[in-house]
Design a protein around this ligand. Structure first.
Ligand code: COI
Length: 349
């Protein structure tokens, strides 16, 4: 079924200095919203950004039926706007929705919604080289019922916010061996709200101990690295790029996937496999150069400076010639149209 998106625009709000604000603090002028009722999507609209009215009984408020995506748009060298890897984000959104028993959004509606919104708020896409427009498509269960059930009604929305560096400096992370983020069969590879809420407490404890984030380990052995806070975890050791394989407990990160492709094209050996913290300790104790970094849409490439394992802290390599910065630069060049987009990742509007 074709969905027509109506657009109601408002007089332009001046784009203020967004660079000095914390990530995600200021929305752009408009948002997209569509309703799911009686088994179909309806009332698809781009409208001025506004607060929602929800029944206190809305199911999302009680049982966590919420799913989101995180995407980015960039101003390219030639002035066009590029929405990066929209199709891969769509695929992941659909998988997350399926896992949370939520109705799929048709691909055309998803893409048209984002394109219309970004086009309308194009002035909000930062032109600075370190800036981007963060795009947050999300869906919530809105049926008003306290009884535990799969909702029959939903809102699919998209909001945007100008974004700059997510982490201001290299990270100190702590390998987490008491709490777990996800177990096999759980929702670890779904981008659902509960995964983030459940991570707050262990992350808060890590912060109190002087660390920025945790490096999660697997739920069975508490031994194998999973992912870090808001990002996938990657290591460059002995000229090999190693990252945990997608077992179902970690997110299929779009930045992770992009960096792996870029590294492969550069001839770098890639290993998607289990990596234990014991393997990291051995590498550090053997005096190897260990690069560790987070990869995520918001964080892009976030260098890790310190990894705490038990009571010991290990120092990673973060000097300017580190491989992670080369991969980051190549990703940047593709998104800005400075390098040929051989993988057809750029959705240019
Ligand atoms: C992203 O990188 O897009 C995320 O969703 C992480 C965080 C901002 C929640």
């Amino acid at each position: 079924m074709e969905h027509t998106i109506s657009v109601t625009s408002q007089a332009e709000r001046k784009v203020t200095d967004t660079k000095s604000l914390p990530f995600g603090k200021i929305p752009t002028e408009h948002m997209f919203i569509a309703e799911y009722k009686n088994g179909e999507w309806q009332n698809a609209q781009v409208v001025p950004f506004h607060d929602l009215t929800l029944s206190p009984l809305a199911l999302c408020l009680h049982y966590g039926q919420t799913v989101f995506e995180g995407m980015k748009a960039f101003v390219m060298e030639d002035g066009h706007i590029n929405i990066f890897r929209a199709d891969k984000h769509y695929d992941r959104f659909i998988k997350s929705l399926h896992r949370m028993c939520m109705p799929p959004v048709p691909q055309k509606l998803f893409i048209d919604a984002i394109r219309s919104l970004v086009q309308l708020d194009a002035d909000w896409v930062p032109k600075e080289a370190d800036g981007s427009l963060y795009i947050r498509p999300f869906m919530i269960a809105t049926e008003d019922r306290i009884g535990v059930k799969i909702s029959d009604e939903y809102l699919f929305m998209v909001v945007c916010s100008p974004a700059f560096q997510y982490y201001a400096k290299p990270l100190k992370v702590k390998v987490e061996t008491n709490f777990v983020r996800a177990a096999e069969g759980g929702t670890g590879n779904a981008k659902c709200g509960g995964n983030y809420g459940g991570a707050f407490y262990p992350t808060q404890l890590a912060r109190e101990a002087g660390y920025d984030q945790v490096l999660w380990t697997d739920a069975i052995h508490n031994e194998f690295i999973e992912e870090s806070g808001t990002m996938n975890a990657m290591f460059f050791i002995d000229n090999v790029l190693v990252t945990p394989q997608l077992t179902g407990t970690i997110l299929d990160g779009v930045t992770r996937d992009s960096l792996l492709s870029i590294a492969k094209a550069k001839g770098i050996t890639i290993e998607e496999r289990q990596i234990s913290y014991a393997e990291l300790i051995t590498a550090f104790e053997d005096g190897k150069r260990v690069e560790a970094f987070g990869a995520g849409t918001a964080a892009v490439v976030a260098p890790i400076e310190i990894i705490a394992i038990g009571h010991k802290e290990y120092k990673c390599y973060i000097e300017p010639d580190a491989m992670m910065y080369q991969l980051q630069k190549e990703l940047f060049n593709i998104r800005r149209g400075l390098t040929e987009d051989v993988n057809k990742w750029n959705y240019v509007i």
